[in-house]
Ligand binder design. Structure first.
Ligand SMILES: Nc1ncnc2c1ncn2[C@@H]1O[C@H](COP(=O)(O)OP(=O)(O)OP(=O)(O)O)[C@@H](O)[C@H]1O
Ligand code: SF4
Ligand SMILES: [Mg+2]
Length: 483
């Protein structure tokens, strides 16, 4: 079936949508939009569509996207439209066609919790507000079941609560691949989900941030995609400028020069005429730039000619001046070395006590296991000797070496199992008490006990195994003669 026919099958008067949507009306403009977009996708060409409000543009592009089978990004300006597409239009299309559509909603990173900042925040107990304890408990509970730690799931947290600013993810403070929480990081989970989804509903900010980082070769915000739909595209160029443009504030430049001139009065550099000249040219360049922008087009939009003029005129003077200042600064202030500390080291030092405690516990555990092994071995030798006669009789009566081995190890197995049943709850309670004092509480899993039990059995069997094997293999005549 051709693509226009398939579109008709969904959007037509007797189509699949007409059967699912009670107030559905066939709209030629919607159908035409879907055909134009399908053609653009097929020919890998851009398409620009403008249609009146209420036309049903969302389904107009969702239908060809769905038919195309290509990895797509839909970029919107508002959260409302994002939610309309994700919670209403896509489920409607999936219901009408009977096919699930793998789609995900992707918000800006500030909407997701950063595990590293969260732990850092709740470790600084001395500076936390009084209600932090109850927040911490609620967040801990939430973190046990949330999939992506999206702030929208926290209905109880006030919109203006500063807590979220302290624990949400930010690009500036993200440790990326060096992060200790990288494995459990929700941002990483979000990226993995985006990589799997066929349609990603993002917004213009994410889209241009993605273009910016991809252009700079610094990774990606969105996974690679084949089709892009920009809905609510009015004003999109402003957002594009924010991410792809260069930023310079004349005000900050002038303040910077004021500060430097003030500092020069006390420093040995006051007589440096060159430096003074460069400071003056940066100031003059900044003022000239401000005047140029004040007289340019709407919202300071510049033409190619004025950009050239700026680059060759005031911008060149500012650049030269700043380079000179930077050079002088390095020479004059070389006695102030830059000191820094890696955050990971600081974090590690906080847990030094626990690490030392862990090492001591491991040492004593190994000691206890060794002593137990010697004890079990002694007991095994003693039992085998004591039961020499019994073993001999059993063998004469037809017991195999396997039966004898089983007989000798059964008692030890029982002893180990009894010890395990007594030790497990004690260990569980002790470890849980120890763990609950940590900012990031991890629960101890059941499989740790299964592995410990099996290891204890394995160690006990390997300790008594050889001795029991030897006793089982002994010639019964020898054993009975000795008796
Ligand atoms: N053919 C149709 N018949 C009836 N309802 C429809 C049809 N197509 C879409 N709708 C419904 O109309 C509503 C508006 O659709 P949509 O949001 O896509 O409009 P729009 O053209 O994008 O408008 P705007 O420019 O305001 O964003 C939605 O609830 C959608 O489910
Ligand atoms: S990788 Fe970045 S966002 Fe994720 S937990 Fe670490 S610092 Fe936070
Ligand atoms: Mg719309």
């Amino acid at each position: 079936m051709s693509t226009p026919d398939r579109i008709q099958e969904i959007l037509g008067a007797d189509g699949l949508l007409a059967r699912s949507l009670s107030n559905f009306e066939p709209r030629e403009s919607q159908n035409k939009m879907a055909r134009i977009i399908a053609e653009a996708i097929g020919r890998e060409m851009p398409a620009l569509v403008e249609a009146g409000t209420g036309t049903g543009k969302t389904l107009g592009y969702l239908v060809p996207l769905w038919l195309s089978d290509k990895k797509s990004v839909i970029s919107t300006r508002t959260k409302t439209l994002q939610e309309q597409i994700f919670f209403k239009d896509i489920p409607l299309l999936a219901h009408a066609t009977g096919h699930r559509l793998s789609a995900m909603l992707m918000k800006g990173r500030k909407n997701y919790l950063c595990l590293r900042r969260y732990h850092q925040y709740f470790t600084q107990a001395s500076i936390l507000p009084t209600e932090a304890g109850s927040y911490h408990k609620r967040l801990q509970k939430w973190l046990q079941h949330t999939r992506l730690a999206d702030r929208a799931e926290l209905a109880w947290l006030r919109d203006d609560d500063p807590l979220w600013d302290a624990i949400s993810s930010t690009a500036d403070q993200c440790h990326g691949s060096r992060c200790l929480h990288g494995e459990d990081c929700f941002l990483n989970a979000l990226r993995r989900e985006a990589a799997r989804s066929r349609i990603i509903i993002a917004n213009h900010h994410l889209l241009f941030a993605d273009l910016m980082v991809k252009e700079g070769g610094f990774g990606e915000v969105l996974p690679r995609f084949e089709v892009l739909v920009c809905d609510e595209a009015q004003g999109i160029e402003e957002i594009a400028t924010q991410y792809l443009g260069n930023r310079l504030s004349d005000h900050q430049l002038i303040l910077f020069i004021d500060d430097l001139e003030e500092a020069l009065k006390d420093a040995a550099l006051e007589d440096d005429q060159d430096l003074k000249g460069h400071l003056a040219s940066v100031r003059a360049g900044a003022i000239r730039l401000r005047d140029l922008f004040a007289t340019s087009g709407p919202k300071g939009r510049l033409t190619e000619a004025s950009i050239k003029m700026i680059n060759e005129g005031p911008a060149a003077g500012i650049r030269r001046g700043l380079d000179y200042i930077q050079k002088e600064w390095k020479e004059a202030l070389s006695e102030y070395p830059l000191t820094y500390q890696f955050y990971d080291d600081w974090f590690d030092s906080m847990y030094e006590k626990e690490e030392r405690f862990g090492r001591i516990i491991s040492f004593f555990a190994i000691l206890a296991i060794s002593i137990s092994c010697i004890g079990i071995l002694g007991l095994a030798i003693f039992t085998a000797e004591k039961r020499t006669k019994e073993i001999g009789i059993r063998k004469v009566n037809g017991a195999t070496a396997g039966n004898i081995l089983m007989l000798l190890t059964r008692e030890f197995t029982l002893l180990v199992l009894i010890a395990f049943v007594i030790a497990s709850p004690v260990a569980f309670l002790a470890v849980r008490k120890w763990l609950q004092d940590f900012a990031y509480q991890t629960d101890i899993s059941w499989w740790v006990f299964v592995v410990s039990g099996l290891s204890a059995l394995f160690i006990a069997w390997s300790t008594v195994g050889w001795n029991s094997f030897r006793a089982a293999k002994r010639n019964p005549v020898e054993a009975l003669r000795a008796e």
